[in-house]
Design a binder for this molecule. Structure first.
Ligand code: UD1
Length: 429
């Protein structure tokens, strides 16, 4: 069992490229199932969740191969319409395969997805949308069996919340349905736009992705195409937060500054100087950050919930008090107790967390509670005196491509070490 060992404090300095977006890659790979033939995905990150998607694709009958940072999926022959339970449990976004399999095969059988570390994550909006498009759904004993007897049909959908996953599944179900589907209150995240761009290049007719209303005109068939995955805005936010807490100067290449607006506002308010290029962001941080006004997580284009924990870590040593309000997930403060072990002063009341900046943080052994919470601990460790050991590295590997290598290249003293002790600690943690 691996852990990350960080000797701090350090000052990050230098430049690095940002990986492709995990939250684009997973739905893109799922949708390649219904784009018959060969799809080529450039700038594809090597992540545990991507490996799980590949296992699912191979189970369904697709052929998949890596070449550098390009992943090719050949979905000429799809032979299965089920996803085994152990693969569904590995990651929440396995549910996005449902719409793709249904559109391609007319039936699908899978179990409820795993990954409930952020609190309850129901899929009612996904299933309601599919029912309205003509899918018969039977839920029993943790399995979901879906059938399309009389064909998928276009309809008008109103999502009661702009859920990212439900928008993606609705798109994938509608794209080859008979007639027009209108999705109201759709999620507006850049990853939805990326999915729509890929599908349109494959022959789909989708308009309005990135806005609240998406209109999908069903087409008869889709073919594969080549697509470059957008940069990961959460990884970029994590690296900027890490640089900021260390008083560093970094330049991120291969980013989309527009996708980072709410995060960049907070960084500026904290006292960082930013220079934006077309696909670059340069940040210079002051020796000590200012506290900021309330950070409220909201659906895009609001402040992303996935950047909440990295930002909270960033402000642990700020000058003043910051209020965080989590509005997307019920249980997204699990990193707080671990940040307190590093010397952070944080109080949680319901959906709010109050962070009082402290002068110093001190290295400790901490356990990643989830993917982004794990990133927050690494950020805290970079700014702590002495040694920080971050256990639960598997979480980080689900969303960050070689995080320790990237941070080392920016001057951090961080390494991955194998440690049996770490495994025991994590099990009892
Ligand atoms: C996606 C992202 C995740 C991000 C989240 C919110 C991927 C792979 N993951 O997750 O990183 O944190 O968006 O930006 O893209 N909800 C329901 N019923 C549903 C679906 C969702 O009540 O059927 C609720 C959820 O419980 C949650 C909220 O809606 O409270 C947002 O969830 P959603 O936008 O669906 O997130 P995911 O697609 O799971």
């Amino acid at each position: 069992m691996a852990m990350l060992k960080i000797e701090g404090p350090c000052r990050l300095e230098g430049e690095t490229c940002v990986q492709g977006a995990k939250n684009s890659t997973l739905p893109l790979l799922a949708s390649s199932v219904l784009c018959r033939g060969i799809s080529v995905f450039h700038h594809c990150p090597r992540l545990l969740d991507v490996e799980t998607s590949i296992e699912i694709l191979e189970h369904l009958g697709c052929r998949v191969c890596w070449e550098g940072e390009t992943l090719t999926v050949d979905s000429t022959d799809v032979t299965h319409w089920d996803i085994p339970d152990h693969l569904m449990r590995k990651m929440r976004s396995s549910i996005v395969f449902l719409g793709a399999i249904l559109s391609r095969m007319g039936q699908a059988s899978l179990s409820y997805p795993g990954g409930c570390e952020l609190g309850p994550r129901p899929i009612d909006l996904h299933l309601d949308a599919m029912r309205k498009m003509g899918v018969q759904i039977r839920e029993a004993h943790g399995r979901i069996d879906c059938n399309v007897r009389r064909g998928l049909r276009g309809t008008v959908l109103h999502l009661s919340f702009p859920s990212v996953g439900a928008t993606e599944n609705s798109l994938l179900t509608a794209v080859m349905a008979d007639g027009i589907t209108t999705i109201h209150n759709a999620a507006r995240e850049p990853e939805i736009q990326d999915l729509s761009d890929y599908l349109n290049d494959c022959g789909a007719d989708i308009r309005g992705a990135g806005e609240s209303t998406i209109i999908v005109k069903g087409v008869k068939s889709l073919r594969g195409c080549a697509h470059t995955i957008i940069p990961d805005r959460i990884v970029a936010s994590t690296l900027l937060s890490a640089a900021a807490i260390t008083g560093g100067t970094v330049q991120l290449r291969r980013v989309e500054p527009n996708h980072l607006q709410p995060v960049l506002h907070v960084l500026e308010e904290a006292g960082c100087h930013l220079t934006l290029g077309k696909h670059e962001v340069a940040l210079t941080a002051p020796p000590r950050l200012n506290a900021v006004q309330t950070v409220r997580t909201m659906p895009y284009p609001g402040f992303p919930t996935d950047a909440q924990s990295p930002m909270m870590a960033m402000l642990l040593k700020s000058n003043g008090t910051t209020l965080f309000e989590e509005n997307i997930f019920e249980s997204r403060f699990k990193h707080v107790d671990e940040l307190i072990r590093l010397g952070g002063d944080i109080q949680v009341v319901g959906r709010a967390a109050v962070v009082k900046g402290v002068e110093k943080l001190y290295g400790a052994r901490v356990v990643a509670p989830d993917l982004r919470g794990g990133a927050a601990l690494v950020i805290g460790g970079l700014a702590s005196e002495g040694t920080t050991e971050v256990l639960g590295v598997d979480y980080l590997d689900r969303g960050y491509e070689h995080l320790e290598t990237v941070l080392s290249s920016l001057g951090a003293n961080i390494q991955r070490v194998e440690n049996d002790d770490a495994q025991n600690q994590q099990k009892t943690g």
